[in-house]
Ligand binder design. Sequence first.
Ligand code: FCB
Length: 483
Amino acid sequence: MATNATTVFPRNFVWGAATASYQIEGAVDEGGRGLSIWDTFARTPGKVLNGDTGDIACDHYHRFGEDVGLMRELGIDSYRFSIAWPRMQPEGKGELNPDGLRFYSALLDRLESQQITPFPTLYHWDLPQSLGDQGGWTSRETSYRFADYVDKLVDALGPRVGQWITLNEPWCSAWLGYAVGQHAPGLTDLPAALAANHHLLLAHGLAVQAIRASSTAEVGITLNLAHVTPASEDPLDRQAAIFTEGNANRMFLDPLFRGAYPADMMELYGEATAEMEEGDLGVISTTIDFLGVNYYAPAIVGSRERLTELQALGYCVDTGRAPNLLDTTARAIHLKRPGFTSTQMGWEVEPATLTELLHNVRDQYRSIPIYITENGMSNADYVRHNGSVLDPARIAYLEGHLHAVAEAIASGVDVRGYYVWSLLDNFEWALGYSQRFGLIWVDYPTGERTPKASYYWYRDFIAAQAPLPRDRGVTSATMTLPA
Ligand code: FCB
């Protein structure tokens, strides 16, 4: 797919790459860090593929200087990372841990010295275990603990950060964590998932208010929005798609932008719906400055009751997608289309759905600055005998999705930036180290980093944009792809 990016991306468009604390840092027992629910989950046999944990991960805690160097060579404007709550507040309460502060201050210093703007996420799933022990996100108290934590953190690091993301993908925290059991803490309990859904949003709203009270920084939230297509025109399939989209998108966008949960979803969940207090929805819908959108793949959904007919049409069940989630709610099932290209995760590649999704958000809610805070693919990469990693499928994926973003911008969607997931190969949650999403290959036994072909491609793509008034010495000659 051809991209003529020089003409389609605004001059001040932000080019970035993203990571998250538990997925890259390692050093789980260092610097006074407390346990997180992901330490516990990953150490529980059978929860993570191959028994992998984030204990060492990419050892970014010790190698962050080298990683910032690689960012500089890549030429990104901005780095999205997350701050580990258990590193900053080991027990989820009380004063901030000085060693944690030192680590993130050093990272911010290093980014600043390379003129890379920090774009930190305040919560990317590593909840302190002590809060997990008290009910985690099923407990309303966790929302207050988060607001208190954010208040302290913004006081400490705030002057150096111009934009904060409160939560990463609360859908995953609530639904994969509490309904499907695929993520920490591993529950399969619908009322717990609905309580978590509400308390995460409440935590977000309280955090927005805390940040506004003490700083002029911009604040937003990152959602993993779904593009859902019914498998057929059959009313049962269409209804399944509506509920799936409601669960993934409207359960978050409606309270955030309209101050109400969607009526059809409330009716569907009935008695399982979370308890709320008066005023909660007002807090949740506190105005935000931008919306972060993570996007990977489209969803095709049918009704479980029609599975035989759908299979006769050539669909097969998408076993990689939250298998028992929708079954407990809407009798919906995720399907894969015959003959569609998929990534190693089994996720279908259809970039145009990203453009449509961005149109839908603007048309159904409001025009708001949007950052694509994650987009990328896992691939069966390997290091060749000459030391190079060739990943043409990833280059095509990124090119296709950048084209989709450019199309959205051309049709008036206010997209301000794009972050590749991920800078580095890393710990892919329940799939451990089996999925490589990085622009940079990581040799886990040694920690050695090798930029892949897609890294050089992205570097050249960024460099080909209308030159920004920046001087960070990035030239195409700085690094060259081994022959
Ligand atoms: C997203 C997560 C991110 C990463 C990618 C592949 O859901 O936010 O941490 O695992 O998927």
